[in-house]
Design a protein around this ligand. Sequence first.
Ligand code: NAP
Length: 247
Amino acid sequence: MLLEDRTCLVTGGSRGIGRGIAEELGEHGANVVINYRSSEDAAYAARDVIEEGPGRAVVAQADVSEFDEVQTMYDAVSEEFGNVDVLVNNAGITQDTTFDKMSKEQWEKVIDVNLGGVFNCTKACYEDLREANNGRLINISSVVGQQGNYGQANYATTKSGLFGFTRTMALEMARADSTANCVSPGFVETDMLADVPDRVREQILERIPLDRFAEVEDITGIVRFLASHESRYMTGQILGLNGGMEW
Ligand code: NAP
């Protein structure tokens, strides 16, 4: 098993890409922590799927934008599984509107979850990731962070921010033989895409050479690779999984 005895914390592991990642890591023998904020049933369903295979799984509720909640989650997780070897910063939200209509609340909410959450979770796990030797920090960004996107100034800003964060963490973690990388998906069929009107979906499709939106399974394999020992010489990278979109 590629990830046997590795403890992997996946934020936003209850639905969408995070759930796919949690299940993929579990399938390869990991101890998986499924973090969620509000989708409790979905989080437990993911846990049950993983427990049917070679991996182990626990569910951990915490709003990643709340520093104290994340610390409490970390304490519970380390009691169950010991050190965190792999942190996947996946939890993210959108609050779309053009900049002229964007309120300070909409701006701050997205920053607090998408970047504040990354700070809080990385901070809680940081000593573990460095001690782990071959610890893995994996940040989920977006092609929107590379291209910008109409109506997503707040979201695009957070996703670009992950590039600088990843590269800096790669430098600071290297001494411990630990790595930091960033996965940057294109448009993926999840609840996040469900609200996009058909007209806009068609416009996006025209920009995707592979002529389809990604499925969650198109993203999870690369995260499994990054989590594993096989990726040990790859750090500070931004891996685009976007069907060939230009950026
Ligand atoms: P999704 O289907 O909407 O799922 C979002 C997940 O994040 C849920 O598990 C949700 O948990 C969790 N979450 C949201 N706010 C949270 C918070 N404050 N604390 C803890 N968990 C929280 O989204 P997705 O499409 O899978 O997106 C996952 C990541 O991929 C995001 O970072 C997103 O920016 C990125 N991404 C998505 C796409 C896309 O097209 N879908 C493309 C590129 C990048 P609860 O349901 O329990 O609240």
